[in-house]
Structures are given as structure tokens and as C-alpha cells.
Design a protein around this ligand. Structure first.
Ligand SMILES: [Zn+2]
Length: 113
């Protein structure tokens, strides 16, 4: 139970900043229904966020959200580029194999003549 509370308290700031995944938000919401300590921590952080009028904090929160979105995009781009690279290498190997077979066939034909 103590470990769960530690994990939940780690996730609370991300939930409050609305950058946590849906699964994390659900986990936190389910937990704070039954845990007074985590609920008060969640409400404290939530109230702090709503009450703050500091533009710098709001700007930092927006930047953090953008960075998380960009991080996901970069991961997708890297995966796609890697798959394309493997595809190109596979095609090149395939073409090279065809070319080698073609030369072998040509040599056989020349030797038979
Ligand atoms: Zn708890």
C-alpha cells in the first residue's frame, strides 16, 4: 500500500498538468477514491495549479506538454525511418542477389556455346 501511494504521488503532478496517459489518470483517480493522503495531495496540487496566476508557470506547463507531444512524434519518426532503412537494405540485397544470378546464368550460357 505504501508503494502504491509513492507511485501515485509521483503520478499526481503529471495528472494535474494533464500530461499523464489515460491509464495513469485512471490509476490515480481510482486510488484517491480510497486513499485520504493521496486525495489531499492531489487536491493541494490541483488547487495550486488553478490558483496560480504566474504566467511563467503556465508557460512552462505548456512547454512541457509540447515537449511530451514532440517526444512521441520523434519516436514515431525514428521507428518509421528505421523500418524504411531496413526496407531499402533488403531491396538492395535482393537486387544484388538477382544480379549475381543473372551473371551466373549468362556465364553458363556462354560456356555452353
Ligand atoms: Zn495513497
Amino acid at each position: 500500500m505504501k508503494l502504491n501511494c509513492e507511485i501515485i504521488k509521483d503520478l499526481i503532478p503529471q495528472c494535474v498538468d494533464e500530461i499523464a496517459s489515460d491509464d495513469s489518470v485512471n490509476l490515480v483517480m481510482e486510488h484517491i477514491l480510497t486513499c485520504e493522503s493521496c486525495r489531499s495531495e492531489y487536491e493541494k496540487q490541483k488547487n495550486y495549479t488553478y490558483n496560480t496566476n504566474d504566467n511563467q508557470v503556465q508557460t512552462l506547463i505548456k512547454i512541457r506538454k509540447k515537449l511530451k507531444r514532440n517526444k512521441n512524434r520523434i519516436i514515431v519518426i525514428i521507428v518509421v525511418m528505421t523500418l524504411l532503412l531496413f526496407l531499402v537494405v533488403y531491396i538492395l540485397c535482393f537486387l544484388q542477389a538477382i544480379e549475381k544470378n543473372h551473371f551466373i546464368i549468362m556465364e553458363c550460357m556462354l560456356l555452353n556455346l
